[in-house]
Design a protein around this ligand. Structure first.
Ligand code: PMP
Length: 396
């Protein structure tokens, strides 16, 4: 009944988990959600002002497919000031979230017979998007021992004549790694040498800790720029995930293709959201900074509490709001006569026994791990980790 391309499609594990949690909460269970992949902050006031202004001005018609010119100009200015990137407004396409921006780019670039490299563990949707495009995802395994840094030699070993693109994400979900400028320069050289595209997902760029800085790979050189798509959005930095605004920046021919795809699939993203995003860019810098500071404090709090749980291996994140925990020491242990064999089973055990939600590594193509989000109040982090510690201790 279904098309071939969707037969292998997996529902996003994170979304499946959210549905289960919602059901448990509805039936009265007090769940602490440390699985959350979105900010727990309210939108910045400036964003709300933008939507109000749009309502007052009756902005309700279809807008230009790649987004309002003012918003694209503001994005170009941001890319210039924050990232040292030169793009023109006709090289920007505003989309319904960074998710759509990434999919548009992959759909414009990749098809049957193409391979797309994915440094792994990686965000839940990349491999599914590559599959939907008819291309083949090729994992490039990164290692906890190296802080899940971008291993450019490992990338080079995976390159074949079919390699069409790589999708990178720094700061990284789920590992919290921030790729070094040196590694990104080396990746840029590879992209030019072997002629493949870099799709650079920079959605967490504003959430950085301990003096780490963000480097955009497209800023390496003109040659590298012409092999890059830079994607970003408003869901994380501006705490506007439900407003669905993201964007891609790409050389003009590709930007036009991206916009054509979007034109036939969804048209412009919602006008009200675009206006909210524009005002946020103009007036929310202070709240972006305050949120980042609060994440930094929670990162330390979470790390200190995790340190007290034996046999879990992890690095403190350099950015994002996630810890990625190697829990292999707990697999094979028992509770109530039942053996917990996988991180997926472990996450279900923690949810059912401790009423704490975390995401199993399987969702990020790396089993034997759990992703824990500290996008939650300090109080909930403390309570959640205390419950988790008890659950781990109950495994024998
Ligand atoms: N990339 C990564 C790495 C993400 O974690 C997310 C959100 N979970 C996205 C892209 C998608 O963001 P958006 O809400 O803008 O579609």
């Amino acid at each position: 009944m279904l098309a071939e391309r969707v037969k292998t499609l997996k529902p996003a594990a994170t979304i499946e988990l959210s549905t289960k949690i919602r059901e448990m909460k509805k039936s009265g269970v007090d769940i602490i959600s440390l699985n959350i992949g979105e900010p727990d902050f309210a939108p910045p006031a400036a964003a709300n002002d933008g939507v109000r202004a749009a309502l007052d001005q009756n902005i309700s018609k279809y807008g230009p497919v790649p987004g309002f010119p003012e918003l694209r100009e503001a994005i170009c200015e941001k890319l210039r000031n924050d990232n040292g990137l030169t793009y023109r407004p006709d090289e920007i396409c505003v989309s319904a979230g960074a998710k759509q921006a990434i999919f548009n780019a992959l759909f414009a670039l990749c098809g049957a017979g193409d391979e797309v490299l994915l440094p792994t563990p990686c965000w839940v949707s990349y491999d599914q998007m590559v599959n939907l495009c008819g291309a083949t995802p090729v994992p490039v395994r990164l290692r906890l021992e190296n802080g899940f840094a971008l291993d450019v030699d490992a990338v080079e070993r995976c390159i074949t004549p079919r390699t069409r693109a790589i999708v990178i994400n720094t700061p990284n979900n789920p590992t919290g790694a921030v790729y070094s400028e040196e590694s990104l320069r080396a990746l840029g050289r590879l992209a030019v040498k072997y002629d493949f595209w870099i799709i650079s997902d920079e959605i967490y760029e504003k959430i950085l800790f301990n003096g780490n800085t963000h480097f955009s790979v497209a800023s390496v050189s003109e040659d590298v720029w012409s092999h890059c798509v830079t994607t970003n959005g408003f869901s994380k930095a501006y705490a506007l995930p439900g407003w669905r605004v993201g964007y891609s920046a790409a050389p003009r021919t590709l930007a036009k293709a991206i916009s054509s795809i979007q034109g036939h699939v969804t048209s412009a993203t919602a006008s009200l959201s675009q206006m909210g995003a524009l005002y946020a860019m103009r007036g929310a810098a202070e709240s972006v900074k305050l949120m980042a500071e609060e994440y930094a404090a929670r990162m330390v709090l979470t790390g200190d509490l995790l340190d007290k749980i034996p046999d879990i291996l992890f690095n403190r994140p350099q950015g994002t709001f996630y810890y990625f925990l190697d829990v292999s020491a707990y697999l094979g242990r028992r509770f109530d006569g039942q053996i917990i064999e996988t991180s997926d089973a472990l996450s279900r055990f923690i949810l059912e026994q401790a009423h704490v939600a975390v995401v199993p590594g399987e969702a990020f193509s790396l089993p034997m791990h759990l992703r824990l989000s500290f996008s939650n109040s300090r109080e909930n982090i403390i309570e959640g980790l205390s419950r988790m510690a008890q659950a781990f201790a109950a495994l024998k």
